[in-house]
Write a protein that binds this ligand. Sequence first.
Ligand code: S3P
Length: 471
Amino acid sequence: MLETGSPISTPNVNAWRQSSASFLMSAIRSSAANALSGDITVPGDKSISHRALMLAGCAVGETRITGLLASEDILATAAAMEALGAEIERPAEQDGPWRVWGRGVGGLAAPGDVLDMGNSGTGARLLTGILASHPFTSVLTGDASLRSRPMARVTKPLERMGAQFICADGGRLPMTILGATDPRPIVETPSVASAQVKSAILLAGLNAPGKTTVIEHMPTRDHTERMMRAFGAEVVSEETSEGLAVTVTGRPEIGGIDVQVPADVSSAAFPLVAALIVPGSAITVRGAGINPLRAGLLNALDAMGADISVTPLETAPGGDPLADITAKTSALKGADIPPEWSASMIDEYPILAMAAAVADGSTRFNGVGELRVKESDRLAAVARGLDTCGVRIEEGEDFLVIHGTGGNVKGGATIAADLDHRIAMSFLVLGLAAKAPITIDDGATIATSFPGFADIMRSLGAVLEEGIEDL
Ligand code: S3P
């Protein structure tokens, strides 16, 4: 329940979403850049920002979130939490904390309208977990990309907890959720390595009596576990003969806390790879999260001979480890990237593919079938885009081989972003090191995760032009 003294005026997150949203497609072009240099920070971590807002909405009292990512995906989650009864106040000053007054575990209220999660798979799947153990009906939808993504991976286990779902054909959004009146705790071993699936089950378990366990064969990012603990919930992770078992004890009394969101290592990946492939560059990204379950890209780049140094910073108790990361232009060579690394760098394959295109020799991504169900079919989008940029590739159902050009990427292509922010940013980075410019048909999609991308890249010396009309 809300504490007395919480604000009575509820800011309307949907209004902020509408004023920030870029409804028009807007092409953006990158061209060969001179050396990149400088120190930058990138916006807050998307995964952690979603979880901070959701758990704040399930806690009693006020949570203050500093460094929250104010991107379209996160505004979608904020709007959903507001529609479910949380009160949310956006900071008046840019660096100030977002303030959220939550409703307590199990205390969210039925929304008065459809919840539109925009482009965000994480927002939709994690929220499905929360809604599955609330005794009311809600409807989720999203943009064309999100409406094409599979939901059965979360609805199947959540049905075992007592929720019911009516989905569009193929188990997709739009989806009606009939939340369980008496949610049951379960033990589940998901068939895909997915932090979204694990988190959806744990979030549902938060409002189920008893212990809910997820067993992972391949550990995935643990932001949900870390943040639930920070809010005061009991979450235990232990190695078992079957895998890593993560157990949440349901119905805790959790109260508001202060959350500090680190800079997003997945966003940092774009300027870091740009510096590696543009001759004469040296850049530093300050204060990026380097949770080992997220920072697999750094291992992959290391295997390719990248000159990257990581200087650890002091970390807030319970928070993710942080570091300054410096990248300098490197003579990259091809490498085999094993499937065991995939969970820790699942979002970084598109940008790694750009590094591989510039490298000497071939790079092979193995066991990456999951990339076919991201914001776009990323294996196909990377393969098609590199092919049009003059890079030889071999594509299989769950692998990709990129035959590096040794610094001779032709470019001169227009790439369809397909509502996929990481495809857009990856090819823009490649354009900085290609012989001829690369144009992305829709740069607006970048705002889902990395507002300010073009300005930040330009501050390093990148050549990026927005509002291109001659496609
Ligand atoms: C995320 C998990 C990953 C990742 C996504 C964010 C999260 O998805 O691709 O961008 O915040 O839990 P999967 O869990 O489907 O691999």
